[in-house]
Design a protein around this ligand. Sequence first.
Ligand SMILES: Cc1cc2nc3c(=O)[nH]c(=O)nc-3n(C[C@H](O)[C@H](O)[C@H](O)COP(=O)(O)O)c2cc1C
Length: 179
Amino acid sequence: MANTLLLYSTNYGLSQKICERIQASLGAKGHAADVRPLVGHGVDPAAYDAIVIGASIKHGKHHPSVLEFIRAHQGLLRSKPSALFSVNLVARKPAKNTPQTNPYLKRLLARSPWQPKLTGVFAGELDYSRYGPVDKHMMRFVMWINKGPTDFNTKVQFTNWDEVERFAGQVAKLVNGHG
Ligand SMILES: Cc1cc2nc3c(=O)[nH]c(=O)nc-3n(C[C@H](O)[C@H](O)[C@H](O)COP(=O)(O)O)c2cc1C
């Protein structure tokens, strides 16, 4: 039974929920997994058989800690089954929802010294009621530019959970050595 470390970098919790779904899916296949925040995870990543990093986008960027972790642990990440996924709203557009077409994941990979065997992109959620006044107005401006929902009452999750399950299945294959 393999033990996987699922590390998330989140602002509003969705990346954590996606990690928890992957954890449940791995659990159903008989694999253990721990879900931890990327910053302050409090565990030794070297003690795990596989590592998955999931990070969301805020104001056009993944949190700097994502690349910092990758740079600091690149040897370890290369030596084990490992995967990376990004969560963002641009990925709600069919033309930008794959690792090959999503600008944020592409940019992160271009800067990363580790090229994971498995990558994923998941569309995020939009819930203006949860954002502070500045973020709220910035998000509305971004949505206006992108022809997205600009009504402050909007609460919508674009995440394709079937796609998350499919990704979890690929993680399980990696963990089993068949990825
Ligand atoms: C303040 C703010 C800024 C955001 N900026 C972007 C952005 O520049 N591009 C994008 O595609 N999504 C953007 N998003 C959307 C988030 O990536 C999306 O809400 C995602 O679900 C957040 O995941 P998390 O809860 O794990 O942080 C932004 C969200 C917020 C709240």
